[in-house]
Design a protein around this ligand. Structure first.
Ligand SMILES: *[C@@H]1O[C@H](CO)[C@@H](O)[C@H](O)[C@H]1NC(C)=O
Ligand SMILES: *[C@@H]1O[C@H](CO)[C@@H](O)[C@H](O)[C@H]1NC(C)=O
Ligand SMILES: *[C@@H]1O[C@H](CO)[C@@H](O)[C@H](O)[C@H]1NC(C)=O
Ligand SMILES: *[C@@H]1O[C@H](CO)[C@@H](O)[C@H](O)[C@H]1NC(C)=O
Ligand SMILES: *[C@@H]1O[C@H](CO)[C@@H](O)[C@H](O)[C@H]1NC(C)=O
Ligand SMILES: *[C@@H]1O[C@H](CO)[C@@H](O)[C@H](O)[C@H]1NC(C)=O
Length: 534
């Protein structure tokens, strides 16, 4: 301030000209900022604005991140140059081959619960949007990633009532900042069995296998049958020995703690019904277990790796709308109607213009529930809304009613697009939250493999943190990683140490691949979703 004042006192013509120009410039900038602020609070960032996402590109990137997360022996000509074989010794402690599978996020642990969920939602996406993925050239990649997970899940389920759900000790893993390729010691394998049961993990794994069986049925019926037989056993294990896995094995509570298994039982049974057509599973979800666990008429429940109720509602509303079972007994018909009503209520909570819209949104329009991995809700809700929109259209239903106001399938699609576009850069920071998408994206993802050059073999754990602390951007780009996301107040810091906001997850990228397919041009009247599964 002092300096500027002095200069204006010494005003010769050139200084005056510069000062005037600077002041004029400042006014222009201020006006632009105010205008932008105004337009953003007028809803410029919300659905219907002119932002156009390249969903073919975001689909490609999201699926690329699933490749990046692959553990085990990688195939020849693997597309990610900076990834190599890792943790080939997994399972050797229990003499079961547990190599393979996927890392969930930025470290080297394999968590079976979110891994199975990732396979389930990607399978669901392929079942609905396979033609759109194929048109974009990415169906093969999606199917390869599903199978990468289900091959692992098959190995993790060696006998009927035994399921390995975790490899690696997070406390040990988190002591060193090693690339997965560098962690080649033996790691503990942890399992569920009748002495330490875990219904949610077993039921989610059953769901993944049942859903994937339908993805592979047309091209590999033997594999599909194998998946179905594992799924049936796992569902029975889940249902017979009812328990919360993180209560049976409290050590796992620090990561992927479960809040209950009722939703997972319904989710597993629903997928098994679709995969087998066996009415026992339909009776399960609409009978006493439906009454106990489905929370009919209670909405919204937020869809995530922990809570599948919203997914169950949408799947069973699909059944009711598109192929209701003939000769259904009363409890089944009533149950399906209850699921449909609850799913409608969920959609009404999503729609920003609905009288029952959830207030849990950022100013920029992101559905926002949790400070950790905050983008998860927008992405998963967007995916469900996209599915629902297409189910309504396929059933030739004109819309849903929210406290007397009717909303069309197109409005649900617009909500889905708003969540996807937010992630891709249509947000107040104009920041793409997907690594590699657009020009302004996170450069400091919290990710061991991305942050350490491949030629660094680190022998000494204490030295490994140099790469964590490095002020430089990650040397390897983890394309398609979606960072945790912004706080409710639309702030976000691209910092490797910011675990809360800057770590990615396989389930968010898998759901984003599906959401991108649901929004892509490949899905159109001439190329509609695949209606019948059973
Ligand atoms: C959006 O596009 C339409 C049609 O191209 C145009 O009329 C409108 O001015 C655009 N709106 C904004 C905010 O750019
Ligand atoms: C979208 O991205 C793809 C690459 O995935 C590219 O080929 C295409 O040209 C892009 N489309 C537009 C409109 O930019
Ligand atoms: C682990 O990796 C290092 C570096 O590649 C190698 O020297 C060592 O032999 C490996 N150890 C095992 C147990 O495979
Ligand atoms: C379900 O599990 C129980 C307990 O392990 C077993 O006795 C029963 O045979 C199983 N039923 C089916 C249909 O697999
Ligand atoms: C895990 O979830 C259970 C059930 O919701 C809860 O009681 C427990 O406190 C949670 N544990 C941690 C470490 O958050
Ligand atoms: C935004 O929210 C975060 C998390 O609640 C908080 O730490 C931060 O101070 C807030 N920033 C601003 C500018 O309000």
């Amino acid at each position: 301030m002092g300096v500027a004042y002095k200069k204006s006192r010494l005003c010769n013509w050139i200084w005056c000209l510069i000062t005037v120009a600077l002041i004029a410039g400042a006014i222009v900038v201020a006006v632009v900022i105010i205008k932008n602020k105004k337009s953003s609070s007028n809803g410029d960032q919300s659905p219907g604005s002119n932002f156009s996402g390249n969903y073919t590109e975001s689909m490609r990137l999201a699926l690329t991140f699933l490749d990046i997360q692959k553990s085990g022996k990688l195939p020849a000509n693997f597309p990610i140059s900076w990834r190599g074989d890792s943790n080939l010794l997994d399972g050797s402690d229990v003499k079961v081959d547990l190599s393979g599978g996927m890392y969930d996020a930025g470290d080297s642990i394999k968590f079976g619960f979110p891994m199975a969920f990732t396979a389930t939602i990607l399978s669901w996406s392929v079942l609905e949007y396979g033609p759109a993925m194929e048109k974009a050239g990415h169906l093969a990649s999606a199917k390869t990633s599903i199978r990468w997970i289900t091959d692992y899940l098959i190995k993790a389920h060696p006998t009927a009532n035994e399921l390995y759900f975790q490899v690696g000790d997070p406390d040990v893993d988190h002591k060193c900042w090693f690339r997965p390729e560098n962690v080649n010691s033996t790691r503990p394998s942890i399992k569920l069995d009748p002495t330490a049961p875990g219904s949610e993990v077993a039921a989610e794994t059953a769901a993944a296998m049942a859903a994937a069986s339908m993805v592979f049925r047309a091209t590999d019926a033997t594999y599909a049958d194998l998946l179905v037989s594992h799924a049936k056993q796992l569902f029975n294990f889940s249902n017979t020995y009812r328990a919360v896995y993180s209560v049976s094995i409290p050590a796992v509570q620090a990561f992927y703690n479960s809040t209950g298994f009722g939703d997972d039982l319904l989710w597993g049974a629903t997928w098994l019904y679709y995969a087998t057509g066996d009415n026992t599973y339909l009776a399960f979800v609409t009978g006493v277990d439906g009454t106990n666990f489905a929370r009919w008429g209670v909405f919204p429940s937020w869809f995530s790796w922990d809570n599948k109720l919203a997914g169950v509602q949408v799947l069973l509303a699909r059944l009711q709308m598109l192929n209701p079972p003939s000769n259904a007994v009363n409890t089944v018909s009533k149950g399906l109607t209850d699921y449909k009503t609850t799913a409608d209520g969920l959609m009404c909570a999503f729609l920003p213009q609905s009288p029952t819209a959830t207030p849990d949104r950022t100013k920029g329009g992101l559905l926002w529930i949790s400070e950790w991995t905050s983008l998860m809700q927008g992405i998963h809700s967007g995916l469900l809304a996209s599915f629902y929109s297409d189910y309504l259209s396929a059933a030739k239903v004109s819309g849903i009613t929210c406290s007397g106001t009717t909303f069309t399938p197109q409005q649900l699609k617009a909500f889905a697009a708003s969540q996807a576009n937010y992630v891709l850069g249509n947000n107040p920071l104009a920041e793409s939250y997907m690594v590699g998408y657009g020009t302004k994206y996170p450069k400091y993802l919290h990710h061991r493999g991305a942050s350490i050059p491949t030629n660094q073999i680190i022998a000494d754990c204490s030295k490994s943190w140099n790469w964590y602390d490095s002020p430089n951007p990650n040397p390897n780009i983890a394309y398609g990683a979606i960072v945790g996301g912004p706080f409710k107040n639309e702030t976000y810091t691209d910092d490797r140490k910011n675990i809360q906001q800057n770590e990615a997850s396989v389930y968010n990228s898998a759901a984003f691949a599906g959401l991108s397919a649901g929004l892509s041009a490949g899905l159109s009247a001439s190329n509609p979703l695949t209606v019948a599964w059973i």
